[in-house]
Design a protein around this ligand. Structure first.
Ligand SMILES: Nc1ncnc2c1ncn2[C@@H]1O[C@H](COP(=O)(O)OP(=O)(O)OP(=O)(O)O)[C@@H](O)[C@H]1O
Ligand SMILES: [Mg+2]
Length: 566
């Protein structure tokens, strides 16, 4: 396909060069032919005119005397000339005085025997100037005829000769000579025509030779141009098929040679690039393989470590759960007995002993709370904590929390209030665990609020983001208790006017054993487990917990749990 296209290109070159050669041949050949013919013709005409003039001059005497001998003598000098076909001499009346020439012996040459054309006679007599005309004979031979007037110089009169007196009736130049006859020379155009024909033939042959030579040269040139291109195209096609290792032989120094050299360099560079790419690909594949192997190895190591960690964590949780359980039993016994001693079941106790026993009792309770917390946390982590779900009234849970912590608040002279939205629907949850969360938050609020402050517990129903707007408008226009929606949430907030929490600590306080400041902890006591347990419990209810706080102004702890009253 490509090769055919290149052949077409060669044909195009040929087709564009050959017409040019042809045009040049026709133009220059035709021009030189035309010039040559014109020159030939003008020379021919000059010669004819000269012959006619000669005849007129040499025949003057013969015509004047009408002597045949003289006329013949004048004729003889002309008839032998080349191309002279016939010669005639006429007197001034147009009568033929003598005639001769090769054409006269030919049979059927009617034009030659023709008498002098009357029109020409009249013209020559009138203006005494030579004339020319072309005639074609019936035998298809052409003649160019030349007419020359035979002038006779008049004898000057005596008065003219000696006294220089011109004749009064005639002009000065006029009548010095008069037309006494006409010389007619007919030149045959056969030779000239033959010469022209010969020239045309020569031109045609030369043109054909030149054309053939030109075509051959054009073919050779186009071959010279297209051959390297063909080689280049074939090589490029092979390269496209994947045989990158290509080389074209450079045998010229011109643009095509440069193109071929550049192509060779390009092929070399391409081969180099491909080699490099293949090498990099192999390296990359090896690297990938080793990377994959390493990743697999590391993944399995990680999985193994993970499994071990999970095992260890489970063991830890189990251990903690067991240990807490085991610790709780004797501790409960200690607390029970100390309570009995304090209550005087074993008799009256001395005052100095009472204080120590009360200390044992208080610290024992602290220890029990800590053990309970650790037990809860490890139960949650071990996945052993199960929620005891039931419909519970948030209002009553808050009320019981308030009443359980009232004495603590009163001790610190804190105002403890609750504001629960009227008509709050019951929530589906574990009342014991929700109370535990509430106790933690309210306990913290009391613990971290200096005397004279206040702690407020609020509860309200909120809707998920897309329903909230509707809920707000509803509540403002219609005060009647609304029907709970399945996407409703209970939001409980515990606000205090306490010491507050720095912003950067707000997130971390929900972690285990995290406390903001150990000096405060020392003052207020506690283990730093309350909020982390509360967070786990809220999350077990599919809820969320967060806090907002300003140092020195107070904190608000929020938690939301879904109603799920459906
Ligand atoms: N209402 C609050 N005002 C200021 N700081 C608070 C408040 N609630 C919690 N914090 C900070 O968060 C820390 C973590 O609270 P968390 O309830 O987990 O532990 P705790 O109260 O110190 O000990 P525990 O609750 O186990 O007896 C607290 O030590 C305290 O620094
Ligand atoms: Mg606490």
């Amino acid at each position: 396909m490509k090769i055919r296209r290149i052949t077409r290109f060669r044909t195009k070159v040929l087709l564009s060069i050959i017409p040019m050669i042809l045009a040049l041949c026709v133009l220059f050949g035709g021009m030189s032919l035309y010039q040559h013919n014109r020159l030939l013709h003008s020379e021919f005409v000059k010669r004819g005119k000269a012959l006619a003039d000669n005849l007129a001059a040499s025949g003057e005497l013969g015509v004047f005397s009408e002597d045949e001998r003289l006329l013949n003598a004048a004729l003889r000098g002309i008839t032998g000339e080349e191309d002279v076909a016939y010669v005639f001499i006429y007197n001034d009346t147009g009568k033929r005085l003598i005639g001769g020439g090769k054409a006269l012996v030919q049979s059927g040459l009617t034009s030659a025997t023709e008498t002098l054309n009357q029109e020409i006679l009249t013209r020559i007599l009138a203006d005494r100037r030579p004339a020319t005309r072309t005639i074609t004979d019936a035998g298809a031979e052409s003649f160019l005829e030349f007419y020359a007037p035979i002038l006779s110089t008049e004898v000057r009169l005596v008065e003219e000769q000696y006294f220089g007196m011109p004749r009064s009736t005639r002009g000065p130049s006029e009548n010095r000579s008069r037309v006494i006859g006409i010389a007619r020379v007919g030149l045959s155009m056969r030779n000239m025509d033959a010469h022209s024909a010969y020239l045309i033939k020569l031109w045609a042959i030369l043109s054909a030779v030149f054309l053939a030579g030109g075509a051959l040269a054009a073919y050779a040139l186009s071959r010279r141009i297209t051959q390297p291109i063909t080689r280049l195209t074939e090589s490029a096609a092979r390269m496209a098929e994947g045989q990158i290792d290509q080389k074209i032989t450079v045998d010229s120094q011109d643009e095509l040679g440069t193109l071929a050299t550049t192509y060779n360099e390009m092929a070399k560079a391409l081969a180099r690039t491909l080699d490099e790419r293949a090498r990099v690909a192999i390296e990359l594949r090896d690297l990938n393989r080793s990377l994959e192997d390493r990743i697999r190895e590391r993944t399995s190591q990680l999985e193994e470590t993970n499994r071990e960690l999970m095992r260890a964590s489970r063991h830890k949780s189990e251990f903690l759960a067991n240990m807490s359980h085991e610790l709780r039993t004797p501790l409960n016994a200690i607390l029970g007995f100390t309570e009995l001693i304090i209550d005087g079941v074993y008799g009256k106790i001395p005052d100095e002993l009472r204080e120590s026993i009360e200390d044992i009792h208080i610290n024992g309770r602290h220890l029990l709370r800590l053990i309970n917390d650790v037990l809860d946390l490890s139960k949650i982590e071990a996945g052993q904590m199960r929620l005891n779900l039931s419909e519970c009234s948030i209002q009553s849970l808050i009320d019981s929390t308030i009443s359980a912590t009232r004495s603590l608040a009163a001790e610190k002279r804190l105002e403890l209030v609750s504001r629960v939205e009227t008509g709050l629907p019951p929530a589906l949850g574990d009342s014991k665990r929700i109370t535990q969360v509430l106790m933690n938050l309210v306990g913290n609020a009391i613990k971290f609020t200096p005397g004279g402050g206040s702690v407020t517990v609020t509860a309200k129903c909120v809707r998920s983001a897309k329903c909230e707007v509707r809920s707000a408008t509803e509540s403002s226009s219609d005060p009647a208790p609304r029907t709970p929606h399945h996407s409703d949430l209970i939001e409980i907030a515990v606000a205090d006017t306490g010491i507050g929490i720095p912003t950067e600590e707000l997130k971390s306080i929900f972690g285990e054993f995290r406390q903001v400041d150990s000096s405060i902890t020392r003052e207020y006591g506690g283990s730093g487990l309350g909020l982390s347990i509360a967070k786990r419990l809220v999350e077990m209810h599919e809820g969320s917990i967060w806090a907002e706080s300003q140092v020195g102004k107070g904190s608000i702890f929020y938690f939301r749990i879904p109603l799920r009253t459906q």
